[in-house]
Design a protein. Structure first.
Lengths: 330, 518
């Protein structure tokens, strides 16, 4: 045995080198193809535009991807349990509206209320899915509508202008020349990585997605694990909402519309399997950056934003196809 | 067996009949393990050919290859009228005239008999053409089960009738070669005789039958030829009349079984141990009726019975995986309210389920994490994992239990069945379990590892654990158990305190209700 006590990131070399093991090479092909895709993206955009590879633009990609990264990290944890959270975009809208409305009274109150709303939204999702055994897809699709409706009802559809400057400095400012959303996104991805690698909950998330029945028969509280991941997903969506209103300087009830697809895309590109049990929060960071870089490059090439929507959808479906093709053979 | 059974034993046919199917040099590997090592098999018209072997000998793998579920890595398959073929999938197999009647009928309960027989033909669901298909179905069923109505919903049929429908479905698609996989495992003796009559009819109409079973009397009743697989190789291919049953047992199990039986001196020590687990009037609607049972520390108590007799339901109920409706479970003399598996685990109970892949393993996780799955209380009391401690413990078990490969970081799905089972047992030993519920502990495990698992189980009993063991294999029951309970239709109908005179036939009679007591 090697002297590594540090749990290792799963690399192809770690799997036993038994002859004829196709699984290993499939996994390897999968990771390699993601990296190759990212590299290709950078090469193509760098060749076609003069500004893509400039440090300022690269930093911009990081900044633009930060919101999606935060949501995608939560989505990855949900997907790892073999679930899905379609309500994240609406949670972004609702929590940021409530935070924005309370910020004028008190900064901390606004932040606390926004985060609480995110957690409660996630808890409701999780409770319905775990306790009532309702299908995750339908529950979170219904909640997508309910939370969005709530956000619109809350201010009768009107946006809230004028976000507290301190709030904006925290969630959309700069620290030593690096935008705070980037730092926040990196911190969140890293903390989630630690959660998966070093805590019982992290392993139980993998267990629930890998084989729920086996987990249950080993005494794991499946309901608790599910409720936890949806709550975390809601919490991170509210963080993303803060960055969103911080950057815009106003809160709209329709803020965050369509974010769920971006997050699912980032999670799957980053190695989360819709079949459950596999995924890596740091991978979802890569996934979000890939999507961000693509959208940024297309913008630089003057591709209309409507076509960018199409491109995003195509990439997400391709990523899911690649996932299915490689996992099913196992 | 009855007279009619013997009368059908046609003297070994010398005039070779037409070959329907011929497999040559079939090789199949899984993750580097050779499941089949160059197997030859053939089937003639009007022949019932038994395929025998222990669990893990390669029977099911060979069947899967014949019926197109998996492709072979090497070897050829020749089908009469089609020449050499690569069978892509079960559909293709059917098109070639090869059909399988599986252990668990795969029928659609909401549809009626005729619709199930013609399942896959969309027109069969068409209201306009319904009469046509019902007439066809009646025609097919006539020789098989003339009294079975084609408009009965399948959900209301019993096990034997389901099998008939499944057979009819195979015939409807023009199968000339029909495989039966353990067809009698959930049939009563009367239903079994009905099935045999049916198989004889198929035989006389020129069909070739492949009959998989580990029940020796059945094979002598119905089969013309026997092929025995052991460790992925054919160890015998002979006419039934030329093999004595004792010899057959040796062929199937190899010499090891005899050695193990000899080696296993019945200690009877378990009888004096303190009561570890006691069930009092445990019932669960539709599954279990009034079960009373005591297992002592140091004792191995076997549970025999047909598939579906309630054995698995009983252990799941004790473990809290399913709910009981009434009755009391006592652990170490104290009544215990078990609502969910975690309650049972806290009381020192462990379940080692039959279907490891579905119920015990997290395939994507490595050996170490699978080992630690029931032990987060020890390895993460604060929520953060004590990885060093867990790694050390895993490595200790790997050494002690000779788990191969010797690496805690290997994904568990890359281990053989026997090694996976050892990891699961290690998991529960680490959790401090003293009452172990084993459901078919050596199913799908190769012969070598099987004996290691048996040895381990005996050692656990010696150390004072109480073991409740479900097994459908008599040799396993005889090799392990101090006492045996027989279940039928959700009841514990008989308890045998002395296993020395036990035979497979006797056990079957208890299990089916032919004999009430000794």
């Amino acid at each position: 045995m090697t002297n590594d006590r540090v749990p290792r990131v799963s690399t192809p070399a770690e799997v036993p080198a038994a002859p004829g093991e196709k699984k290993v090479s499939l996994e390897w092909i999968r990771s390699a193809s993601v990296l190759a895709g990212v590299a290709l993206l950078f090469i193509v955009f760098s060749a076609l535009t003069s500004s893509f590879y400039q440090p300022a633009n690269l930093l911009d990609i990081l900044l633009q991807s930060s919101i999606n990264t935060m949501i995608a990290v939560g989505m990855t944890l949900v997907v790892m349990t073999r679930g899905i959270d379609l309500s994240v975009g609406s949670v972004v809208g609702l929590s940021s509206m409530i935070a924005a409305s309370l910020l004028p009274q008190n900064l901390l109150l606004g932040i606390a209320a926004g985060l609480l709303v995110g957690v409660v939204c996630g808890l409701v999702n999780g409770l319905l899915i775990a306790k009532l055994k309702l299908p995750d897809f339908i529950v979170t699709l219904g909640m997508l509508s309910i939370y969005r409706g709530a956000a619109l009802i809350y201010t009768d559809g009107k946006p809230i202008y004028g976000i507290d400057p301190t709030f904006r400095a925290i969630f959309a400012g700069d620290l030593a020349g690096i935008p705070t959303p980037v730092l926040l996104a990196l911190a969140i991805a890293f903390l989630a990585f630690l959660l998966v690698r070093y805590t019982a909950l992290g392993e139980q998330i993998i267990a629930v997605g890998g084989n729920e029945e086996a987990g249950r028969l080993a005494g794991i509280n499946i309901d608790r694990v599910k409720i936890c991941v949806y709550a975390i997903s809601g919490l991170l969506a509210s963080f993303a909402g803060f960055v969103l209103i911080g950057r815009i300087g106003a809160a709209e009830p329709i803020g965050g519309t369509g974010f769920e697809l971006q997050a699912i895309g980032a999670a799957v590109i980053g190695g989360a399997s819709l079949f459950g049990g596999e995924g890596n929060p740091l991978g979802s960071l890569i996934g979000a950056l890939t999507l961000g870089a693509m959208q940024n490059g297309l913008t630089l090439l003057n591709v209309p934003s409507f076509w960018q929507l199409v491109a995003t959808g195509v990439v997400v479906i391709l990523a899911v196809y690649a996932d299915q093709a490689t996992r099913k053979r196992q | 067996m009855t007279d009619s059974l013997q009368s059908m034993q046609i003297p070994a046919v010398d005039s070779p009949r037409k070959l329907l199917l011929q497999l040559k040099g079939i090789v199949k590997e899984f993750a580097g393990v050779r499941a089949l090592k160059g197997v030859d098999f053939d089937l003639r018209e009007g022949e019932v050919h038994a395929l025998m072997g222990e669990n893990g000998a390669g029977k099911s793998t060979l069947m899967k290859i014949m019926f197109g579920v998996q492709p072979p890595d090497a070897g050829t398959i020749e089908v009469a009228g089609h020449g050499k073929v690569d069978i892509d999938d079960p559909r293709h197999a059917l098109a070639l005239g090869i059909g399988l009647v599986s252990q668990e009928p795969s029928l659609v309960p909401q549809l009626d008999v005729a619709q199930n027989i013609f399942l896959g033909k969309t027109e069969a669901l068409n209201v306009v053409k319904r009469d046509q298909f019902q007439a066809k179905a009646r025609e097919i069923l006539k020789p098989l089960a003339p009294r079975l109505s084609v408009t009965t919903r399948v959900s209301s049929l019993g096990m034997a009738e389901l099998q008939v429908v499944e057979i009819a479905r195979t015939l409807a698609r023009g199968a000339k070669i029909i495989g039966f996989d353990e067809p009698t495992s959930s049939l009563t003796p009367a239903e079994r005789d009905g099935l045999f009559t049916l198989i004889r009819q198929l035989k006389s109409s020129g069909h070739g039958i492949i009959y998989i079973s580990h029940r020796i009397p059945e094979v002598y009743a119905i089969c013309d030829r026997i092929t025995v697989l052991r460790d992925g190789k054919v160890v015998a291919n002979r006419a039934t009349s030329e093999v004595h049953p004792d010899e057959l047992i040796n062929l199937i199990a190899g010499r090891r079984l005899a050695e193990e039986l000899q080696h296993h001196a019945k200690s009877g020590a378990g009888r004096d141990g303190p009561e570890a687990l006691r069930l009092e009037a445990v019932s669960a609607t539709g599954k279990l009726r009034d079960i009373n049972l005591t297992v002592r520390a140091g004792e191995i108590f076997g549970l025999a019975g047909l598939v579906g007799s309630g054995r698995t339901e009983l252990v799941r109920c004790i473990f809290g995986a399913d709910r009981k409706d009434s009755g009391t479970i006592y652990v170490n003399g104290k009544p215990l309210d078990i609502q969910r598996p975690s309650d049972a685990i806290a009381a020192g109970i462990a379940l080692i389920p039959e279907d490891r892949r579905k119920q015990a393993l997290i395939p994507v996780m490595d050996v170490e994490r699978n080992f630690g799955l029931a032990n987060y209380g020890q390895y993460a009391p604060s929520g953060f994992l004590r990885l060093k401690q867990r790694r050390q413990d895993t490595e200790r078990y790997i050494e002690e239990m000779a788990i191969r490969p010797r690496r805690a970081g290997v994904r568990i799905r890359n281990l053989s069945g026997g090694n996976q089972q050892k990891v699961i047992i290690a998991r529960w030993l680490q959790s401090g379990a003293r009452i172990l519920l084993f459901d078919e502990p050596t199913r799908g495990i190769d012969v070598g590892a099987k004996f290691e698992i048996h040895e381990l189980m005996r050692r656990l009993a010696k150390d004072g654990c109480a073991l409740l063991v479900i097994s459908s294999e008599l040799p396993e029951v005889l090799a392990l158990c101090d006492r045996v309970g027989v279940m039928r239709e959700g009841r514990l109908v008989h308890t045998i305190d002395d296993c020395s005179g036990l035979t497979e036939d006797l056990l079957m009679k208890f299990a089916s209700g032919e004999v009430a007591r000794l």
